[in-house]
Design a protein around this ligand. Structure first.
Ligand SMILES: Cc1cc2nc3c(=O)[nH]c(=O)nc-3n(C[C@H](O)[C@H](O)[C@H](O)COP(=O)(O)O)c2cc1C
Length: 314
């Protein structure tokens, strides 16, 4: 049991917010395989305030998902405040603020990791979201702007002072994007420097590694992003199954959740991308992935996964 921002979590291992991936079906799947908490994809404060259909669709949740954690992004404190107020209607368990996304589309508007270069504005945003949210607010940030500006300790203390109830630190700088290796020393330092729970993030590729990172950094939680794609078993101690049929059964469960909760015909390409990831690195994966990518529609894709899941072990 782990306590993050007053939430009692069944596990300290947490699914990262992943734009384009951490939708409701994937979050439910990760919860099924043992994740203690799953963050939504980043949600634009402007999209929310203007009630854009696509943005509102990102708020879909079901009771089985709880705890529900929505992540907001934006650079205007007033709009972020309004968005936080609107989120109250959707009864989340917590609201996270994205201060780590390095993608140009986000940073050129001053949001995401660009807020690491504007700590006063970041502080104002955190204070405003905390003021308007009825639930605990958390902040996800990076090690700094670049190697010459490693501001994580000041940023963490600022976020805590502004009312954040937990902090997630991705051990890379803004300028690193997703290159190089995540630094976990900074995560251990932040854990020692603040009194709110700290979640460490960056490059965790297996359950054993997650356990080891938690022990060595002293963190309260470990957030896993890319390592969970095609491998939701990463959240459980048994780890990824050995046999293709078991892996196909997991992929099929994912597919069934997608069928239940999203318009599968509209998202076939994205679904195939998700499915292909399950088989990366397995014996016969090239052939399996080709079969997946050649499926012309969702029923054919489902039949393909069903046949893989029922195949005697190869
Ligand atoms: C495809 C993709 C989408 C992402 N979307 C988000 C996002 O919406 N919000 C966010 O804070 N971080 C986002 N991230 C960053 C991850 O949450 C995480 O911090 C990063 O991938 C490092 O963790 P990992 O090595 O376990 O993947 C994204 C990363 C990837 C690869």
């Amino acid at each position: 049991m782990s306590v993050i921002a007053h939430l009692h979590l069944s596990s300290p291992f947490i699914l990262a917010p992943l734009a384009g991936y951490s939708d409701l079906p994937f979050r439910l799947l990760c919860r099924h395989f043992g994740a203690g908490l799953c963050f939504s994809e980043m949600i634009s404060c402007h999209g929310l305030v203007y009630e854009q259909r696509k943005t509102l669709a990102m708020l879909a949740s079901v009771p089985a998902e709880r705890p529900v954690a929505y992540q907001l992004f934006g650079a205007d404190p007033a709009v972020m405040a309004k968005a936080a107020d609107m989120l109250n209607r959707f009864s989340p368990d917590l609201v996270d603020i994205n201060m780590g996304c390095p993608v140009k589309k986000v940073t050129k508007k001053g949001a995401g990791a660009a807020l690491m270069a504007a700590p006063d504005l970041a502080a104002e945003i955190i204070r405003e979201v905390v003021r308007c949210s009825e639930v605990p607010v958390t902040v996800k940030f990076r090690r700094g702007v670049n190697h010459r500006s490693l501001t994580y300790l000041d940023f963490a203390k600022m976020a805590e002072d502004c009312g954040a109830k937990a902090l997630t630190l991705h051990g890379r700088t803004w300028s690193q994007g997703f290159t190089g290796k995540a630094d976990w020393q900074c995560i251990a330092e932040v854990k020692k420097a603040v009194s709110v729970p700290v979640i460490g993030n960056g490059d965790v590729q297996s359950h054993q590694q997650a356990v080891m990172r938690r022990e060595s950094s002293g963190c309260d939680g470990i957030m896993i992003g890319r390592g969970a794609l095609g491998n939701p078993w990463i959240f459980g101690s048994a780890g990824r199954p050995q046999f293709n049929a078991e892996i196909a059964a997991g992929a099929l469960l994912h597919l069934q959740l997608m069928e239940q909760y999203i318009a599968v015909d509209r998202f076939l390409a994205a679904i195939k991308n998700h499915m292909g990831r399950y088989f990366t690195g397995l014996a016969g994966s090239t052939v399996i992935r080709r079969r997946i990518y050649q499926c012309a529609g969702f029923p054919e894709l489902r039949a393909c996964l069903e046949s893989l899941a029922s195949t005697a072990e190869s």
